[in-house]
Design a protein around this ligand. Structure first.
Ligand code: SAH
Length: 261
């Protein structure tokens, strides 16, 4: 067995029914073989189910050499499909020439960083099915108007439709985490690119939520916005009241205001 290591966020799922439900949550097109990357297979509770699916070309990426040794020994079907190392350090775009999907019981300590990598590779990443801390899952999946709506909700929902699937309690893990977990699914929407400068969009969203209790007019004051933007009605709102479309509109207004200023 592999001894769980806290610093790697290792909480091994013990429940094969839940593992099955997670694997089944991956909705792949019929009649073709889809590429799937599993992040953090650990002792392979999801991997076993993934290997059984005939519609999947699987690769797994695992940082823990002890888990890798275990997988090589126990799961012969994984031969040649294991990438050893840190997901955050790898160029995932080179794993397959075309689109792929991601699945995993994410190491909770790096789940936000994983999503930023997904965003960087959004033109290749079609779907993500993952387990994470329930609080983070709720945040990512929540819509505007909700208290927990934040930076990752806006940035991810710009390109993905997100569904909260089910909750998982701590007791089914070894060791049990201190928090509730949840499984979510992200599916790439049809938006090819934003109708505004993408870097500026990210910047505006991040700055707005830095001061989430303030109105946008106050939160974005230091950006020295054009007068035509400062007077917009939406500047009286708080960031959590703005939809993705509103943030796109705001960013475009800033760009246009700058050209006429
Ligand atoms: N899928 C297994 C393990 C989940 S725990 C299960 O469901 O039981 C999270 C896993 O991610 C661990 O195996 C841990 O070693 C691995 N991991 C942690 N950080 C990682 C990183 N940066 N890159 C790749 N894998 C990582």
């Amino acid at each position: 067995m592999v001894r769980p290591k806290k610093f790697l966020g290792q909480h091994f799922l013990n429940d094969t029914n839940i593992a099955r439900k997670i694997v089944d949550a991956l909705e792949l097109p019929t009649g073709i073989i889809s590429s799937v990357l599993e992040i953090g297979p650990g002792t392979g509770v999801l991997t076993r189910g993934l290997l059984e699916r005939k519609d999947i070309d699987l690769k797994v990426i695992e940082i823990d050499f002890e888990s890798v040794a275990y997988l090589k020994k126990e799961l012969k079907g994984l031969s040649g499909k294991i990438i050893e190392g840190d997901f955050l350090e790898k160029d995932i775009s080179s794993f397959w020439p075309g689109p792929f999907n991601i699945i995993g019981n994410f190491p909770y300590n790096i789940s936000s960083q994983i999503f930023f990598r997904v965003l960087d590779n959004r033109n290749q990443v079609d779907q993500v099915v993952c387990m994470l801390q329930k609080e983070v899952a709720d945040r990512i999946a929540s819509k505007h108007g909700n208290k927990v709506y934040g930076i990752l909700s806006v940035l991810l929902q710009a390109f993905y439709d997100i569904e909260n699937l089910f909750k998982v309690s701590p007791g089914v893990f070894n060791p049990p985490p201190k928090v509730m977990s949840a499984v979510i699914r992200l599916k790439r929407n049809s938006r090819k690119k934003l109708d505004c400068d993408e870097q500026l969009f990210q910047h505006v969203v991040k700055q707005a939520f830095q001061k989430r209790r303030k109105t946008l007019r106050n939160a974005l004051k230091h950006l020295n916005l054009p007068g035509s933007v400062v007077v917009l009605d939406l500047m009286d709102k708080r960031p959590e009241q703005l939809s993705v479309e509103d943030f796109i509109f705001l960013t475009r207004s800033i760009q246009q205001g700058e050209t006429v200023r």
